[in-house]
Design a protein around this ligand. Structure first.
Ligand code: GLN
Length: 483
């Protein structure tokens, strides 16, 4: 068996037992990348020599001692390029480690490579990368999801043991679902955003994409917790997420929201999800129907708030402070405009225009302020639901992976890919996607994801449900065949 097919906790056990050295692990990973990444294109770059140098000195007795963890290109890793898959950050090298990276290192992990993504995490297919799309390992004519498509694809293709992604409206859960792997979006404030390039600051969270639920718990143990460099982190103790994994679902009440089973949900995806819910029931969970009445407004609310925050956050890319600088302008203002005009991709420009529009005087009240009010209602829906249930179960994505190019000329249909994931970010709650089967398209098996949503700081319950389901079904075990 190829060792790269192992999960992070499995390879760590081998390293700890002295059966393989961290250096050999890096070599095996590099070989696998060489073999499959020309097709998948999940990595924007990786530095084998540096990883080997780090492997020489690593303490193998730490929780992730000697395990390379691959990183989305939106998180600063000291002395490595960090580009958000954008040309505007060309030449930018991170001057410091993000908190999540510092914590990974402290746990013995080796941050590895830069993973492809939609430019500045804006998108659902990784096609907005300035460096070309990533392909879905289950069918390489299809998208891997996004914006953390690189993270999900490399984990699914066994060219990473585990990865970090970010989720502003679904970008961890949706690609994890479409690539048949596990993705967890933590509660807002559970994980530090220090050193993460901001897209929409009130929605962004870093989280793991992994081969199994145990790895998601393990990574959460390491990256979660308050951080003096991010004042929005929650000052709450971090439980041992691996400790509660085996509790089962017998004592749990799960809610099935009727607004998530609507027109537009692929009938085969619906069948997989309903089967998964029935399986959870047979494992002992109680399932009740419930309503989240403001769900239909989540998409429009998100597409006001996220672009508004993005337009402010992206103002810093002016050709003076970071990366790419346009030449030839002799007036300062024109220099800014020229730099941004030349290298931002069309989706990033669309968001900036949308965002500045909804924030402009005259429109602020009608759009931005109103969206904030609806945000409060969506948050209330969940608060009420979690008075009655321990977690909510629903589909992660309305469809399986679609074809490359299928939605690129229609932004609205692209935005709909996240219709079931956005609300969690708007409300600040946590969510996980776990594989729950396959649908067949053109002779290929395409993964489906089951989403489990939990109330603030209740990641343990999500992991507990995900683990019980995974143990019973092993939908995370099949491996994609591709060439
Ligand atoms: N697809 C959504 C967007 O384009 C969410 C992206 C994300 O979570 N980063 O904004």
């Amino acid at each position: 068996m190829e060792i790269t097919s192992l999960a992070a906790h499995e390879i760590q056990a081998l390293i700890r037992a002295g059966k393989i050295s961290p250096k050999e692990v890096i070599h095996a990973l590099a070989r696998r990348i060489e073999e499959v990444d020309p097709v998948i294109h999940g990595y924007l770059s990786h530095d084998v020599e540096r990883a080997i140098a780090e492997a020489e000195t690593v303490d193998v007795n730490l929780p992730l001692g000697g395990v390379p963890v691959s990183i989305k290109d939106v998180i600063n890793v000291k002395d490595h390029p960090c580009g958000c898959a954008s040309k505007i950050l060309e030449g930018y090298v991170a001057p410091y480690d993000a908190t999540v990276i510092a914590r990974l290192r402290a746990a013995g992990a080796i941050p590895f490579g830069r993973l492809n993504m939609d430019e500045f995490a804006m998108g659902s297919s990784t096609e907005n990368s300035a460096f070309g799309p990533t392909r879905n390992p289950w069918d390489t004519t299809r998208i891997p999801g996004g914006s953390s498509g690189g993270s999900a694809a490399v984990v699914a293709a066994d060219e990473a043991f585990a990865a970090l992604g970010t989720d502003t409206g679904g970008s961890i859960r949706q690609p994890a679902a479409l690539c048949g792997r596990v993705g967890l979006k933590p509660t807002y404030g559970r994980v530090s955003r220090y050193g993460l390039v901001a897209f929409a600051s009130s929605l962004d969270q870093v989280g793991p994409i992994t081969k199994d639920v145990r790895d998601a718990a393990l990574l959460m143990n390491i990256i979660a917790g308050s951080d003096k460099f991010d004042s929005t982190t929650l000052d709450e103790p971090v439980p041992d997420y691996t400790a509660g994994l085996e509790k089962g679902v017998k004592s749990l009440k799960l809610g099935l929201p009727k607004e998530y089973f609507i027109e537009g949900l692929d009938p085969q995806v619906e069948r997989s999800v309903r089967t998964a819910v029935a399986q959870l029931e047979s494992l002992g969970a109680e399932v009740v129907e419930l309503s989240l009445p403001h769900t239909e407004f989540a998409l429009s609310t998100y597409y006001i708030i996220a672009p508004a925050e993005a337009s402010a956050n992206l103002a810093r890319f002016d050709g003076v402070r970071y990366g790419f600088r346009s030449t030839g302008a002799n007036v300062l203002l024109y220099h800014y405009v020229k730099t941004r005009e030349e290298v931002f991709g069309p989706e990033v420009k669309r968001r900036i225009i949308l965002g500045t529009y909804v924030l402009s005087s005259g429109y602020y009240d009608a759009y931005y302020l109103r969206a904030q009010k609806v945000r409060a209602l969506i948050r209330q829906d969940f608060a009420k639901a979690f008075e009655k249930v321990d977690a909510i179960v629903c589909p992660t994505s309305p469809t399986p992976a679609f074809k490359l190019g299928e939605r690129t000329s229609d932004p609205l249909s692209m935005y709909l890919a996240d219709v079931f994931t956005l609300a969690a970010n708007i409300a600040g709650i946590c969510g996980i996607s776990v594989p729950c089967g396959f649908v067949e398209r053109e002779g290929k098996r395409l993964p489906v994801g089951l989403q489990v949503l939990g109330k603030e700081l209740n990641e343990s319950t999500l992991l507990q449900v995900g683990y019980a389901y995974e143990q019973a079904t092993e939908w995370n075990k099949p491996k994609p065949q591709f060439d």
